[in-house]
Every structure is written in structure tokens, then in C-alpha cells.
Design a protein around this ligand. Structure first.
Ligand SMILES: [Zn+2]
Length: 454
């Protein structure tokens, strides 16, 4: 394969994908609501000659765009959802929402989905001109932020027949990524009995007491769980703001995380027992947790990491103009690395063992097929995802360069998987050996439907 020839295809069409990414940035649609964003992408891919399948696994904002035929089948994964309350005027280095209280692309998924699509389009053109057999698929995966679209795709069999998948994520550094711990998010709702808190307190049964006792119980649990596990919570319904009313309803949202999916099931069970105990102590009722989302732990794949590292090295460095460096420098003071030498990351970390304590629905895909992922700098160094600073930079030329650069790495990795059978076989072997004896099990209940379907 000729990487330069492949990358020239990306350079040639770059402006078209910048327009799509900027449009998706403007739509700023959240969790399972990515209708305009995916319509734009779907129509584009159809015009490019891809066969479209939509909806997928019951999700309207999921689609698969496929080209080619036969083996191998290589997938490009994209996400398109924004985050609530992260609206921000583009390029403004102070908090200034474009729409007060509105959504914003604070995780750069406008770049992520479009960049993966850009890679798929370049590989398609290359396959056409060189007569390369095989199949490529772009997956528009909904609701990465909280909805777990890929979990439904994985559980629903959308990756059956796929040999390997490649993807990327916008960030503030150039690196590869292979981590993510298992996680379950569940809400615990208690029902008590209302009464006047001073007049007839003996008649009341406080649901808020149950929430508080549950939180206290979990506090004691923390000493007796694996040090690498995490439990956090937010009280989502305190039962109102009147202290003179015994709260008859209250709710707390928990996130429980473990490095391994199997440990997570056990720890989550212990949290549920504490909720039952809190209900028993307070004379309230608790009808079991409502699982909002559940992600598995990520299965790394060494050969896929090596593939990403190889093409990241070949792609880097990204060149910037002085105006771009000055632009990024305006955002650096707000980030976590204000003392950095360059306002945009110019290095590359090829570490494969970076511990990631966050969770992602990519993990559920990684239980089914070998997965490779890279991150590229799309903003000033130290800009944290899920902040207005990231939204602000999402349409800049720095962001666009990050997207095209990632598209090059992802496209080259995919093309190698398509054309070099040994590379794909190594990845599949590594994947098989890591999974030996382990089966994919999602903590997401089978009857749980994607939002909109329940
Ligand atoms: Zn993200």
C-alpha cells in the first residue's frame, strides 16, 4: 500500500469534511437525538456510493455505510453526540454560551464522527482505484455520552462478521488509547410516607433518610472493595426543599466502576444490598435499581496499538502556523497544563499502558472484535474534554488539522488490515488469546431499550 497516495486523497477532499464537522458542531445534538447530524452524514455517504443501513438495533440515529464485498470486513467507528449545557461561542476564550443553557460539542464528537467518515471515504477511493477486495463499513454510533449506543450495537449483533475496527478521539495530545474500566450507572428510588415533620413525624417515613443511610452504608463499603474500584453518586431527588415535610420520595444516582466486568457485577450487587438495608432501616420501599447504562472494561489489543503507533509516527508532526499557535495559546491558561512549552502538543506518547479510569462504550465493541484507537491534538494543550473550552475550539483550523491527521492514521491502519493478512491475523490472535475463558456479558438488562424506545 502507498500511504502517501492514500493521504493525498484526504488532503484533496479536506474542505468537504470540515463543512460537515462544522455543521454537526452547530447542530449540537445530544444522546440519541443526533437526527440532523446523522441525516447529513447519511446523505453524504449515500452520494459517495456507500450502501446505507438505518436504523440499526432499534436506534434511529445509528447507521452503517458499507462499501465493497467479501472478506475482510473493517469497521470505522464514529460518534456524533454533543453534551448538555456546554454551548459556547466558537473561538471565544471566555465563558460565553452561544445558546444559554444549550448543548455543545465539548467532547469534539463533531470531529470524531466526521473524521472516521473521512477515513472511510479515502479508503473507498483507494480500493476503487487499486482494485482492492474486501468490505469497509462506517458506523455512526449514537449516544456515547451516557446512552451507550455501542452497547446496544454490540448486544444486538451489529458487529457480527466484522474482523476489526478502528477509531480515534479528539483530545489535546497525540497518543494512542486502549483503556477504559467497566462501569454501571443506576438510579435508586425510595418511596416513603409523607407527613408533617413537626405535627405528626411518627406517621412519616422519610425517603431522604433512606438515601442518606444508603450513602453512609456505601461510604463504609468503600474500605472493603478493590482499591482500583470507584463509587460516586449524586442525589437527583432530595424529596423537595421543605424541611417541614417528611420526604415521601427521594432518588440517588450511582456510578460504580471496576477494572473487570466480573468484579463489577459483584460490587454492584453489594451496593444494591445496602439500598435494601437502607429501605429496611427507614421503613421505606425500594424496588430495585434502574440501570441507566452499563459499559464493560476495554480489552486492549497489542497489534492494533502497534498499528496505530506506526501510522501516528508516520503522520506526525502536524505543522501549525504562528496564527494557530497564538490561537491555541489563548486557551492554555484554562487547561490542566498551563506550563507547557508549546500551546499545541507537538510530541507523541506511544505508551500502551496508560491507566484510564474513565469508561467508554467502545469497550463493549472491544469484547467482540480487535479495536485500535488513536487521539490527536485538536485544541490547545491541556484543554479538558467536557468543558466549554473544548466546544470553543471545535471549529478552528487546529481542530480541523487534528481531524484530518487522525483520519490519515485511521485510514492507513484500516487499509493495512484490508491488504496485509498477517497484520489482521496477528490482531485477531491477540484478541482471541486475551478473551480465552472469558465471555462478553453486559450488565445492561436485555429488556433495556435505547432512549426513545422504552
Ligand atoms: Zn468523547
Amino acid at each position: 500500500m502507498n500511504t502517501q497516495k492514500l493521504w493525498a486523497l484526504i488532503d484533496r477532499d479536506a474542505a468537504r469534511f470540515e463543512d460537515i464537522s462544522d455543521a454537526v458542531w452547530g447542530f449540537a445534538e445530544t444522546c440519541f437525538e443526533e437526527h440532523r447530524s446523522t441525516k447529513l452524514q447519511r446523505e453524504f455517504m449515500e452520494q459517495e456510493g456507500f450502501r446505507i443501513t438505518s436504523p440499526v438495533c432499534g436506534m434511529d440515529t445509528a447507521f452503517i455505510a458499507e462499501y465493497g464485498s467479501g472478506a475482510p470486513v473493517i469497521a470505522f467507528l464514529g460518534e456524533n453526540d454533543a453534551l448538555p449545557a456546554q454551548s459556547q461561542c466558537a473561538d471565544v476564550a471566555e465563558r460565553k454560551p452561544l445558546v444559554p443553557g444549550g448543548n455543545g460539542h465539548a467532547c469534539g464528537h463533531n470531529l470524531l464522527g466526521t473524521g472516521s467518515m473521512e477515513a472511510a471515504c479515502a479508503v473507498k477511493k483507494y480500493m476503487e482505484t487499486e482494485g482492492i477486495p474486501g468490505t469497509i463499513r462506517y458506523y455512526a454510533c449514537p449516544a456515547e455520552e451516557g446512552g451507550g449506543g455501542k452497547v446496544f450495537l454490540a448486544k444486538g449483533g451489529a458487529f457480527e462478521g466484522v474482523d476489526a475496527a478502528v477509531t480515534w478521539h479528539p483530545g489535546s495530545t497525540n497518543e494512542i488509547s486502549n483503556g477504559g474500566i467497566a462501569c454501571v450507572t443506576a438510579s435508586f428510588h425510595f418511596t416513603g410516607k409523607a407527613s408533617h415533620a413537626s405535627g405528626h413525624p411518627w406517621l412519616g417515613r422519610s425517603a431522604l433518610d433512606a438515601v442518606e443511610l444508603m450513602n453512609t452504608g456505601v461510604q463504609y463499603l468503600r474500605e472493603h472493595m478493590l482499591p482500583s474500584s470507584r463509587i460516586h453518586y449524586a442525589i437527583t431527588n432530595a424529596g423537595g426543599d421543605a424541611p417541614n415535610v417528611v420526604q415521601h420520595e427521594a432518588e440517588v444516582l450511582y456510578v460504580v466502576r471496576c477494572k473487570e466486568n466480573s468484579d463489577l457485577a459483584e460490587l454492584f450487587e453489594r451496593v444494591c444490598k445496602i439500598a435494601e438495608g437502607a429501605a429496611l432501616m427507614t421503613g421505606t420501599t425500594f424496588d430495585g435499581p434502574e440501570i441507566v447504562s452499563a459499559y464493560a472494561n476495554r480489552i486492549p489489543c497489542d497489534p492494533m496499538d502497534d498499528l496505530m503507533i506506526h501510522y501516528m509516527r508516520e503522520m506526525l508532526p502536524i505543522s501549525y502556523t504562528q496564527a494557530e499557535l497564538d490561537y491555541a495559546a489563548r486557551f492554555v491558561p484554562f487547561g490542566w497544563q498551563p506550563e507547557a512549552e508549546s500551546p499545541i502538543d507537538r510530541g507523541f506518547s506511544d505508551r500502551k499502558d496508560v491507566e484510564i479510569m474513565g469508561s467508554t462504550d467502545l469497550a463493549d465493541v472491544s469484547w467482540q472484535i480487535p479495536l485500535g484507537e488513536c487521539n490527536t491534538a485538536c485544541c490547545g494543550i491541556g484543554t479538558s474534554g467536557h468543558t466549554w473550552m473544548f466546544t470553543a475550539q471545535g471549529k478552528s483550523s487546529v481542530a480541523h488539522k487534528g481531524m484530518h491527521s487522525a483520519a490519515k492514521v485511521v485510514a492507513a491502519a484500516a487499509l493495512e488490515l484490508l491488504t496485509v493478512p498477517e497484520t489482521l491475523e496477528k490482531a485477531k490472535q491477540d484478541h482471541r488469546s486475551r478473551l480465552a475463558g472469558k465471555g462478553y456479558r453486559s450488565l445492561m438488562p436485555d429488556d433495556k431499550m435505547p432512549k426513545g424506545g422504552q
